[in-house]
Design a protein around this ligand. Sequence first.
Ligand SMILES: [Zn+2]
Length: 260
Amino acid sequence: MDDSRLTELVGLSRSLGLPERDLAVLGEGNTSARLDDRTFLVKASGTSLADADEASFVKMDLGQTLAILDLEDPTDEDLGAALLAARSGDAGDLRPSIEAVMHALCLTEGEATFVGHTHPTSVNSVLCSDRALTLSRGAIFPDQIVVLGRFPLHMPYADVGLPLAHALRTGLREHKRRVGAAPKTVYLQNHGLVALGVSAGGVDQVTTMAAKHARIMAGVLAAGEPVYLTEEQADRLDTRSDEEYRRRVLQGRTPATGGR
Ligand SMILES: [Zn+2]
């Protein structure tokens, strides 16, 4: 197993699970990291982000996990068995999270190396309202574009597990066709946030900024209507060389390891 990637994944998970960040409580949320062309690590079901350690992750076969999408009308038992069978190597008693297929999609179609899925109170305050689309309709401040990118992906509500995974596969493919790149954020209506990144630090930063963006949006909606930056303003921010430099510096950072 790639120990450095596992260590980074533990650090990211603990950071996302810090109680003061209010991103996930109890067993909420899950994280993953791609190891190579064939395998990835995903949080085991029944573990918490805050208490994550090296034993909290299951090594999965990428191809077998994605093949679960081809099962026709599986029962919950079929799905559980298929997830167990998609483990790679000696996983002991660990069961992968039910959201493992969603992670496998983010690590392939979504072009991510690390993924952090959380249920932030701030983001869900907007995502559980009839103004959920305000989060993905445009940019309201410059650093939103620098860290979160121009084009988030909004997914309508779908049952956790295979229905959500099927919808996400279609959503990611359409998104890439439409804007030419994978999203850094996926907003799951009435559910939560998925942050995609090429590094653990990148995922942590995207989650931090998405939570702040949602807090600002909640304030904006209390004060009035959002005023989005124009296409020209957003384009300019997206392509400025000094912003590109800041983005590269931010991507290189690793998250602080949780204080446990
Ligand atoms: Zn979730």
